[in-house]
Structure formats: structure tokens, C-alpha cells
Write a protein that binds this ligand. Sequence first.
Ligand SMILES: O=C(O)C[C@H]1C=CC(=O)O1
Length: 92
Amino acid sequence: MLYHVRMDVRVPHDVDPARFEALKAEEKARAQALQREGKWRHLWRIVGQYANVSVFDVADHDELHAILASLPLFPFMEIAVTPLARHPSALD
Ligand SMILES: O=C(O)C[C@H]1C=CC(=O)O1
């Protein structure tokens, strides 16, 4: 199943900058591993915001939830998920 996911990162004002940089590095490694596995199909920055729109290709809601909850920045993100269905006019 395909899912459109928007992630908005909310950086706490009191977070230790070194800890946050370490979490960002862990997040990048995890995001790239999921892309290599074919589960995180698209990852786009929203211009001017610390946010992204992504497309995930996973088995079901439960797998998507497990992936999102495993992200190192999960505690600092607001996440909106939209399940996608095939459009009848789509060419591919
Ligand atoms: O930067 C972000 O949008 C948050 C998160 C998603 C992938 C990643 O590497 O960081």
C-alpha cells in the first residue's frame, strides 16, 4: 500500500544541540536504509519549512506505524498520514 506522509519537525527550544545533531544523523541513516529497502519511495523537502512530504510503500497501516515510530526524530515530529489508492486516470 502507498501512503502520503507529511512530517513537520518541531525542535524543542531547550533541546541540547549536540544531542539533536546526533539524532539528525541517526534519522538520515535510517531514512536512507528505508529508501534502499524500497519502503520510503519519495522524500521531498517542503520549501521554507522544516518539514517533508514522503511516499511510503509498505504492507499495511501497522507496518507504516512501526516504521514511523522507529524514526529517531519521531518524538519531535507532527505526522499526517493519507492512504493512497490508484487514480483511474493515471497512466502508470
Ligand atoms: O528532515 C526531515 O524532514 C525529517 C526527517 C525525515 C528524513 C530525515 O532524514 O529527517
